[in-house]
Design a protein. Structure first.
Length: 325
C-alpha cells in the first residue's frame, strides 16, 4: 500500500494534429499540478486537501475548461460546476451555475463542511459564497478570448450541420481542434488508504443556460468511498446515464473486480464510444486511467515510482522534459 494520485483535464476528439502551442501549455500545467499533488501527499496532507489544492490550481489556469478557462454558454456567459468527496465518510459537496467564484471546488467543500446540504446552485450558491467570504470576481474575468472564439466557431459549425435544431449534447470541433479539452479532476489516496476525489468544469461549449452535466452529480462524475476514488470527464449526459463513478465502486464492492477491471468495464462497455474517460485510485494505491475517446489529457504518479503524463493511447510522456522537473 502506498500513496497515489491521478489527474485529468478533459477527454474528447483531441486530434493528434493539435499544434504544440495547444498541447504544450496543457502538458506543462498537468506536470505542474501533478508535482503539487505529489509534494502534498509526501508531506502527509489528507487526500481531501490534496485534491482540492490540485483542482484549485487547475481552475486558475486559462488552458483548461474550469475556473478561469471555463467555456461559454449559448448566451456567452459562464456557469461553472464542481464537486468534492471524502472516501472515508462519504461526505461530499457540490455547486453549479457559478459565475463569479474564482475556485468552485473550494466552495463545494464549504457546502460539505458548513451546511447541512450537499448541493447548492446558481443564486443560492453565489449568495453562500459571499456569506463565506470566498474570493469572487466580476464575471468578465472568466470570458477569455479563446473561449469567445471557441463559442463563435461552435455556433457556426452547429448552424451549418443543424440549421433548425441545434444539438447541445454533442460539441462540434472548432478550427483549432480543441473544443473538447476541458473538465479537470483529481483523485488521491494516502499511504493509509484514505481516499478523495474532486472535479470541476465549465461544462459544454454552447450549452443551454441552466444545463448541468455530470461533474457535480455524486456517483456520475465524482465519487469516493472506502474502496476507490473516481473522477470522470467527457459528455456529461452520457456519464450521468451510466452513473460512471459509482458503478466503478459498485463493481469492486459487489463483484470483487480490481480497480482497473471495474473502470475498464464501465468506460468501454457501459458508455457509448467517444463519450467519456476517468481517472481512479484504490485504497491499496492502485491507479488506473480509462477513456473511450481519441484522447485524454491525464497524469498520474504512485509512491512506488510509476508516473505518466499523456494525451493519446501509447503516448506516455513520462520522459517529457519539463523545466524544473
Amino acid at each position: 500500500m502506498g500513496w497515489a494520485i491521478a489527474i485529468h483535464c478533459g477527454a474528447g476528439e483531441i486530434p493528434r494534429t493539435l499544434p504544440p502551442e495547444r498541447t504544450e501549455p496543457r502538458l506543462e500545467g498537468l506536470h505542474h499540478c501533478l508535482q503539487i499533488g505529489v509534494k502534498a501527499l509526501r508531506a502527509k496532507l489528507p487526500p481531501l486537501d490534496v485534491v482540492e489544492l490540485v483542482v484549485r490550481e487547475l481552475e486558475n489556469s486559462p488552458f483548461f475548461n474550469a475556473g478561469r478557462g471555463s467555456v461559454l454558454t449559448s448566451k456567452g456567459t459562464v456557469e461553472m460546476d464542481a464537486c468534492i468527496m471524502d472516501g472515508n465518510t462519504k461526505n461530499c459537496g457540490a455547486v453549479s451555475g457559478l459565475s463569479t467564484v474564482v475556485n468552485a471546488v473550494s466552495l463545494a467543500r464549504l457546502v460539505m463542511e458548513k451546511t447541512p446540504h450537499i448541493y447548492l446552485a446558481f443564486d443560492g450558491a453565489e449568495a453562500f459564497a459571499r456569506e463565506q467570504g470566498v474570493e469572487t470576481v466580476d464575471a468578465s474575468y472568466f470570458i477569455t478570448p479563446d473561449n469567445v472564439e471557441r463559442l463563435k466557431q461552435t455556433k457556426e459549425a452547429a448552424n451549418e450541420i443543424q440549421p433548425i435544431q441545434q444539438d447541445f449534447l454533442q460539441e462540434i470541433p472548432t478550427a483549432n481542434g480543441d473544443s473538447q479539452i476541458g473538465t479537470v479532476g483529481c483523485v488521491a489516496v494516502d499511504s493509509q488508504g484514505n481516499l478523495a476525489a474532486a472535479t470541476s468544469t465549465g461544462g459544454l461549449v454552447n450549452k443551454m443556460l441552466g444545463r448541468i452535466g455530470d461533474t457535480p452529480i455524486i456517483g456520475a462524475g465524482t465519487y469516493a468511498n472506502h474502496l476507490c476514488a473516481v473522477s470522470a470527464t467527457g459528455i456529461g449526459e452520457a456519464i450521468v446515464k451510466a452513473t460512471v463513478a459509482r458503478d466503478v465502486a459498485a463493481l469492486m464492492e459487489y463483484k470483487g473486480l480490481s480497480l482497473k477491471e471495474a473502470a475498464a468495464y464501465v468506460i468501454h462497455e457501459c458508455v457509448p464510444k467517444d463519450n467519456a474517460g476517468l481517472v481512479a485510485v484504490s485504497a491499496t494505491g492502485e491507479v488506473t486511467i480509462q477513456y473511450n475517446t481519441i484522447g485524454m489529457f491525464r497524469a498520474c504518479e504512485t509512491e512506488d515510482g510509476y508516473s505518466e503524463i499523456g494525451i493519446w493511447p501509447s503516448s506516455s510522456l513520462e520522459n517529457y522534459r519539463f523545466e524544473n522537473s
